[in-house]
Ligand binder design. Sequence first.
Ligand code: HEM
Length: 129
Amino acid sequence: MKTKMEKRDIETREDVIRLVNTFYDKVRENTVLGYIFDDVAKVDWSHHLPKMYSFWSSILLGEKSYDGNPMQIHVKLGKETTMSDVEFSEWIRVFSENVDAQFEGEKAEEAKIRGANIARLMLFNIERS
Ligand code: HEM
């Protein structure tokens, strides 16, 4: 008999690192989102990924290690390339799918809710800027 693999919740910084790495692997392959990172912003991944580990560890694990202003950065990016409902809806879809593929629990639900809320707030701020 096969035993079903139980999914764990997001509990440690290692979990957050896995969540972030797998998310951006998918983002870079994504036709709606990938070019914004690699062609428009020409993101230095060795710099960006550790920032994202801190961002999500601060939100989900209370780490207080992220110190930045993502709203301002995305509003600026919205002036350089199209950042509309299409891009943000895709971001939310890929992010949620990636959480669900690996984790299950309170923090996993929180990650999806917080991600979607921030995405909608970013879109709102971009649209009125
Ligand atoms: C269409 C959706 C999105 C796109 C295309 C996008 C793109 C980017 C890019 C290109 C950067 C790097 C900027 C740079 O270093 O030059 C960035 C940074 C960042 N993004 Fe996004 N992003 C999106 C949505 C989000 C959402 C929904 C969140 C939060 C839930 C988020 C959180 C962040 C954070 C924390 C940073 C680092 C900011 C810093 O330097 O402190 N992004 N994003």
